[in-house]
Design a protein around this ligand. Structure first.
Ligand code: GLU
Length: 463
C-alpha cells in the first residue's frame, strides 16, 4: 500500500517572501491536495541572526492570502533542538558520527595546502575512526564538532521528479559537520530529521538545494530510512531575466494585495509559472488541484511576466462580485482621502469601471470622480461650455428632472436634446462630464449620471 502523500513548505524566515518563494509553497500544497495527502508548514529558523518574527508573519500572511492551508504546523526548528540532539546522540553511539577536534587554524592550513596542489578543498578524515587507525589525542580546551561519516566509495543517486536521474560519487562528498562545537545541529541534519519525523514522502523545493540532496540522502540511510522523492524546481527569473530577489526589485507577496491584485489571479499566475496543463492559461483553484502533477513541472527557469499577471487580474476582476470588489476598493479610496458616504453605492461604481481595470487600485483611482466635489479646470470649461451649448444644457437639466432615473431613460433624454438643438453627442457630453464629475474622461455619460443620482446631477448642471 502506498503511504499517504505528505509534503512540506520549509521556508527560512530571513527576509521577505516574493512570488518565487511562495511558489515553493504552492506546488507541494497542490500535490498534497491532489493526492488527498497532508501539507505541512515548517519554519527553518535556526539562523538566529537572520530570522525575524516579521518574516515568519509575512510567510503566514502570504499563505493565508492565497489560501494555502496546511494540515500540520507551523513547526519551528528552534523548538526541536532536543530532538536533533537525541538523534545526534543515536548516530554517535552507532558510530555514524564522530568527534573532530580540528581547529579552525588547522582547517585553514589544510585548505591552503590542498589549493596549492590544485585540489578541491575537503576535509581529510583525520579524526575519522577506522579499524586499526590510531587517532590523535584530543587537544585540551578544544570543543569538537560532530562530523557525519559519509560513505567513502560508491555513489548516491536519486530520480529527481523534475531533473531526472542524478548521481553523485561519494568521493565528492566529505564528512559534513552536523553539529557545531556548542552542540547545535547544522542545517542539512535538521532537514533530514524533520523530513524523517514528519514522514515527508515528497520534497518539492527550489533547485538551489540540489547540492544538499546527496548529503541528505546519505544521512537518511545512516538513520536506516529511505529518503523521500525529491522534485527540485528551477528558479524563477524576474522580467529582466535575473534571479528574482528583493535586491533587484521583486515585490513581496502581500504587496500584490496592496497593489490591488486578487489572490485567485496570483494563484493562477503562479501555478503557470513553472507548470503547465496543455495550453490552459485560465483555471480555477479546483481545476489546478485536480490537474496538478509533478510530470508537468517545467525543467527550465520560469520568467516572471508582469503583463500576464495584470491580464489575469483583469480577467478575475471582471468575474468578481461587485460587493466583494467594493470592499477591496474602499481602503484605496480612503488612501486618497475620499469617503463614499453620501455618494453612489460603491458596488455600482465598481461594476461600471471594473472591465477596464487591471487592479482594484485602478478601479479605486477611477472611482474617485464619484466621491469628490468636481473642480473642472477653467480652461476646459471655457472650451466645452460654449454659449451655443448652454441652452441645450438647460434643456437637458429640465428633461432629467422628470425622466425615470435609469441609464436608458437618461440616454434617451440626451438624444432628444441633441436632436432639438442640432448638436453632436460630444458637444453636450463633454460639458456635462465637466460639470458633474470634473473631468472629460469617463465611461459612458448616461451610466455615470445614473450612478451619481438625480439630485446630484441636477444641482451640478444647474450650478
Ligand atoms: N529552508 C530552506 C529555504 O528556505 C528550504 C529547505 C528545504 O526545502 O529543504 O531555502
Amino acid at each position: 500500500m502506498m503511504s499517504k502523500i505528505r509534503t512540506r513548505f520549509a521556508p527560512s524566515p530571513t527576509g521577505f517572501i516574493h512570488l518565487g518563494n511562495i511558489r515553493s509553497a504552492l506546488y507541494p500544497w497542490a500535490f498534497a491536495r491532489h493526492n488527498h495527502g497532508d501539507f505541512i508548514l515548517r519554519i527553518e529558523d535556526t539562523d538566529l541572526e537572520r530570522s525575524t518574527p516579521a518574516a515568519v508573519q509575512a510567510i503566514l500572511d502570504g499563505m493565508a492570502w492565497l489560501e494555502l492551508d496546511f494540515d500540520e504546523g507551523p513547526f519551528y526548528q528552534m523548538q526541536r533542538m532536543d530532538r536533533y540532539r537525541e538523534v545526534l546522540q543515536q548516530l554517535l553511539e552507532a558510530g555514524q558520527v564522530y568527534q573532530c577536534y580540528m581547529t579552525p587554524e588547522e582547517l585553514d592550513a589544510l585548505r591552503e595546502e590542498q589549493r596549492a596542489k590544485g585540489e578541491k578543498p575537503r576535509y581529510d578524515g583525520r579524526w575519522r575512526p577506522e579499524p586499526g587507525k590510531t587517532l590523535p589525542s584530543p587537544p585540551p580546551g578544544v570543543a569538537p564538532v560532530l562530523r557525519f561519516r559519509n560513505p567513502l566509495s560508491g555513489s548516491v543517486a536519486w530520480d529527481d521528479a523534475v531533473k531526472g536521474r542524478i548521481e553523485i560519487s561519494n568521493e565528492e562528498l566529505d564528512d559534513l559537520v552536523i553539529a557545531r562545537p556548542d552542540g547545535t545541529p547544522t542545517y542539512n541534519f535538521c532537514v533530514v530529521v524533520d523530513d524523517m519525523d514528519m514522514a515527508i514522502t515528497h520534497v518539492i523545493r527550489g533547485d538551489d538545494h540540489v547540492n544538499n540532496t546527496p548529503r541528505q540522502i546519505n544521512i537518511f540511510r545512516a538513520l536506516g530510512k529511505e529518503p523521500p522523492v525529491y522534485a527540485h524546481l528551477p528558479t524563477v527569473l524576474n522580467d529582466q531575466g535575473e534571479k528574482m530577489s528583493k535586491r533587484n526589485g521583486a515585490m513581496g507577496v502581500m504587496q500584490y494585495r496592496d497593489e490591488g491584485y486578487l489572490p485567485e489571479a496570483v494563484l493562477n499566475y503562479l501555478a503557470r509559472l513553472g507548470w503547465a496543463h496543455g495550453d490552459a492559461e485560465i483555471f480555477s483553484r479546483e481545476q489546478f488541484v485536480a490537474w496538478f502533477d509533478l510530470e508537468h513541472l517545467g525543467k527550465s527557469p520560469a520568467q516572471h511576466n508582469p503583463e500576464k499577471l495584470a491580464w489575469l487580474n483583469n480577467h478575475y476582476i471582471k468575474q468578481a462580485d461587485n460587493d466583494r470588489l467594493a470592499g477591496l476598493a474602499q481602503p484605496f479610496l480612503a488612501q486618497q482621502g475620499l469617503s463614499t458616504d453620501g455618494g453612489p453605492a460603491l458596488a455600482g461604481v465598481v461594476g461600471l469601471l471594473k472591465d477596464r481595470a487591471n487592479t482594484v487600485k485602478e478601479i479605486a483611482a477611477n472611482a474617485a470622480m464619484f466621491y469628490r466635489v468636481p473642480q473642472p479646470a477653467p480652461e476646459a470649461l471655457a472650451q466645452h461650455l460654449s454659449e451655443q451649448v448652454k441652452p441645450a444644457l438647460a434643456d437637458l437639466a429640465a428633461a432629467l428632472g422628470d425622466v425615470e432615473w435609469s441609464k436608458e431613460a437618461i440616454g434617451a433624454a440626451f438624444k432628444a436634446v441633441l436632436a432639438r438643438h442640432g448638436l453632436k453627442m460630444p458637444q453636450l457630453a463633454m460639458p456635462v462630464r465637466l460639470l458633474t464629475v470634473g473631468q472629460t474622461q469617463t465611461p459612458s455619460i448616461d451610466a455615470v449620471l445614473a450612478l451619481l443620482g438625480r439630485q446630484t446631477v441636477l444641482s451640478r448642471l444647474g450650478g
